[in-house]
Design a protein around this ligand. Structure first.
Ligand SMILES: [Zn+2]
Length: 281
């Protein structure tokens, strides 16, 4: 769809499944199972939605999904049907080498996995987007590079170390206007350096939210995933982000949305924030 003079679209890498208790954190199953029906392994399906922004002659991709590297065990445990990003991008007329910038909300495997792939014969992974600079918050890079028992399982260094080796990595320090009208905005919360992307063109705005607000079901402030390393920071970031989004009528894109992937905020009869979904293709 057009957003001012920019063109934005959602490009999927596929879907995967995560334990519903982890997806909804402290929210009891009696409540979250009314929103999302779990499978017999208690998992709920999550989208792997990336955003393509075409603006000022540049192709910008926000997040890259899981990609095709996970082994059979990972694919089974997470019910992965992923690795479709390049095919779906190509269908939209953008080849991997046409991507100028990749903005990663954070380096977890379900956001950075599509950055690299194995070469022929299973050799070491190399970057998929061969001409792109990849933008990551420095705090996120540092956290991903020095994992501990709590954080390790969420990362695969093969997703992002090759980007540094090929000179395609650029680290950001806080909020940054990376192109005219295109902002990387640091939220923290989910990870110390988590960021979201805001596009502004001719008075219209769209935000790709990453995991600070992974699905429309996470709109209430206390609906946080168990993966958030700094949950209190997520609550603060969500409050600020949602206030700004409502005031300025942002189009919101949810990285893990399934039934609804995008929409704008509205209020129901009880005055609660809710999503008015929009199809943006
Ligand atoms: Zn995620």
């Amino acid at each position: 769809m057009r957003l001012g003079s920019a063109e934005i679209s959602i490009v999927s890498d596929g879907v995967f499944r995560v334990d519903g208790g982890a997806v909804f954190g402290v929210v009891p199953k009696t409540i979250w199972s009314g929103l999302r029906q779990p499978d017999r392994k208690n998992r709920v399906e999550l989208g792997l939605n990336c955003m393509l922004i075409r603006s000022g002659g540049k192709n910008v991709l926000v997040d890259t999904g899981i990609g095709a590297k996970p082994d059979r065990n990972m694919r089974t445990n997470y019910g992965m049907r992923a690795g479709k990003l390049v095919e779906n991008l190509t269908q939209q007329g953008v080849r991997p080498e046409d991507v100028d910038l990749v903005i990663l909300t954070h380096l977890h495997f379900d956001h950075a996995g599509g950055c690299t792939r194995y070469g022929r014969g299973g050799s070491e992974p190399t970057p998929v987007f061969t001409s792109a600079t990849h933008l990551v918050q420095r705090a996120d890079w540092e956290e991903a590079s020095a994992t501990n028992e709590r954080t390790r399982a969420a990362y695969n260094p093969q997703d992002f170390v090759p980007l540094e080796q090929s000179g395609q990595l650029e680290l950001l320090d806080g909020d940054t206007e990376v192109l005219p009208g295109l902002w990387a905005r640091r939220t923290g919360g989910h990870t110390a350096g988590h960021q979201f992307t805001l596009v502004e063109s001719e008075g219209e705005r769209a935000a790709c939210l990453g995991d600070v607000l992974p699905t429309p079901e996470h709109l209430p402030f206390n609906y946080l995933t168990s993966f958030d390393l700094y949950p209190q920071d997520t609550v603060t970031a969500k409050r600020q982000l949602l206030e700004e989004a409502e005031r300025n009528n942002w189009l919101l894109v949810f990285g893990h949305g399934v039934e609804h992937v995008a929409g704008r905020l509205t209020r129901n009869e009880a005055g609660r924030l809710t999503l008015a979904p929009e199809e943006i293709g």
